[in-house]
Design a protein around this ligand. Sequence first.
Ligand code: GLU
Length: 469
Amino acid sequence: MSIKTRFAPSPTGYLHVGGARTALFSWLYAKKNGGDFVLRIEDTDLERSTQESVDAILEGMEWLGLDYNEGPYYQTQRFERYKEVIQQLLDQGDAYYCYCSREALDTLREQQMANKEKPRYNGQCRDKTEQHPEQDRVIRFRNPSEGEVVIDDLVKGKITVANKELDDLIIARTDGTPTYNLTVIVDDMDMGITHVVRGDDHVNNTPRQINILKALGAELPYYAHLPMILGDDGARLSKRHGAVGVMQYRDDGYLPEALLNYLVRLGWSHGDQEIFSKEEMIEFFDLTQVNVAASAFNTEKLLWLNHQYIMNSEPEIVAKHLEWHMQQRGIDAASDGPSLVEIVKAQRERSKTLVEMAKASVYFYQDFTEYDAKAEKKNFKQGTDAVLQVLLEAFTEVSDWQGETLHEIVLQKAEQLELKLGKVAQPLRVAVCGAGMSPSIDVTLSLLGREKTLKRLETAINYIKENKN
Ligand code: GLU
């Protein structure tokens, strides 16, 4: 059997973490089985769907590297097909027109609630023979009244629902537009979806969808309903918990591979392995191993993973993502400074995110306008200008600008001046970086290059003369 899965987001907001995890699990299952993965945009809710959200979803999928074999399909382009299926159901007697007004349905619901009954449509129009096309009417699916629906959910196990628990669902609104449960099953059927992987907020829809599929004589897909994701406070993950849109993680300096790795562990595990390459995810993943219980989002863990990926990925790959962050700061690394690959190598141990790395690397490309106040106070004292002057003169003589040579000079001059190394290297660091922290002084100076180093030493000497002596 060739496998086909799909991700079917409604474009009513960003691609959020929960959606991304659903997409990932669906994608992994297809990849693992040599199957196809379909992207379908469920944009039939015209009021809430926006082009901006469609773009955000496509952008998020691309950033995460979740590629699809088919699509994106758009449900708004398939209205004719939905009409056709609705007509088929009407013709077969599996659907009927319902004339009940909203007021009548509200009253019914109130009565049922008052009687402590489950609110449900009472089938008032089920057997109406006379039709009134001039009146407002919806179309309902005629749910079987006997028997039961059994779902062999790949995650949740067997779920049995009695048909008498299910009322007759609206499949077309008064304006003739199809509703979610109808469009979903028509698409799953037409697109040949074999495995429906989705959030368990849809589990109540599944028996209804199965009944409609059966009425159409369609083959039923397998279902896998994924458990919810909770925030660290135990409530369902939402905007309240901070960055939940996938692209926000890019903006905050996460690598897509780190986020994917984090997402795959939300509700799935393979022994106690924490770090998975994409290939390993594909190899080990299985829907039947997904946890039944909800999983909690843990930002600390994500941050830890991100740091692991920054440290251990190919520097060239990290550099490509860092480039975007430098651009956000108006820096074109290719034209005015050291190679970003070298920056990554120098900074990766100390940077948990690419935002931290970018921020701590600006001075390699741009002159700073002021010294970090604390570092300045601690390291620039009366007389420090003389120390820097000695370094400046020695550095000016250097023709081969190598970290080791420069480091050697710093050591020699400290000895000559009878100062501890820190009393020389630290003011030097503040002079050339503007801050008290940077990679080791040899790496810092070699990345900065001769011109910037000498110029900044001069500036610092003048600054100390004016302000400290
Ligand atoms: N469009 C639905 C949603 O975004 C998903 C439907 C499905 O996966 O069956 O919640």
